[in-house]
Design a protein around this ligand. Sequence first.
Ligand code: NAD
Length: 252
Amino acid sequence: MANRLSNKIAVVTGSGKGIGRAIAERFASEGARVVVCDIDAAAAISVAEGITASGGVAAGLQVDVSDKRSVEALVAASLQKFGRVDIVCNNAGVLDDFTPLGDVSDELWQRVIGINLTGAFMISRAFLPGMLGQGGGTFVNLASMAGLVAQAGGLAYTVSKHGVIGLTKQVSADYGPAGIRANAICPGAIETDLSRSFLQNSPEVLAVVESVPAGRQGRPAEIADLALYLASDESSFVHGASMVIDGGWTIR
Ligand SMILES: NC(=O)c1ccc[n+]([C@@H]2O[C@H](COP(=O)([O-])OP(=O)(O)OC[C@H]3O[C@@H](n4cnc5c(N)ncnc54)[C@H](O)[C@@H]3O)[C@@H](O)[C@H]2O)c1
């Protein structure tokens, strides 16, 4: 165990697998006590048990970030378990199968915006009062390169991730003076179930993804390293930033 997050309490949404899991495990390995939460309760509990077995401290909870009552229950359970929350990582997200405007159904729009953007908004709003009451806190929001450029997702995904960057900037502007920092991470293609879902049947898209300067997809652990920096006091002068970590995708 190292101690870059010692005495910190962290909540990571969607941490039952993928990038969120890597972030939760990295935070715990640096001394944070972590709320592992996911819509998949069994996955969250399993990740939390793994952290505990490795000598860390974690609780596995279920949450649907797109459901206000579920979000409120998560806040109450987190505070009951650990007393305070210093770091909130808005990671839960879903893809939209690269659907263009003309084919976006009401259901797809509601689902993608509801989880990726409204979810991040509701989680942030619900944890804010506790952070203000204790004099500070940090939000680390998973946006995407699709929050910066077009054609890295479909319409709803791109809109949702642009929104996450707006959320991040406005929270920074409004609450930075109160000791609250918010920053966004903009990953390129990272090897998880989410990317596998559209890459496994598309060799031509995989070739595009791997034509970035790095020559490969990223790994969840590489995103966790950046999340750790943004969650820790090492990034104390970083407010409202959108940090690109994409193997060079967006330089083209
Ligand atoms: N993988 C990539 O290439 C990539 C690139 C850029 C950004 N991102 C972003 O990173 C984040 C994590 O992506 P990933 O690749 O690890 O995805 P993933 O599909 O591997 O994991 C996402 C997790 O979120 C959970 N989840 C889904 N809906 C939820 C809800 N309503 N409430 C709570 N949890 C929910 C899922 O159960 C799952 O455990 C997402 O916000 C995604 O948009 C991923």
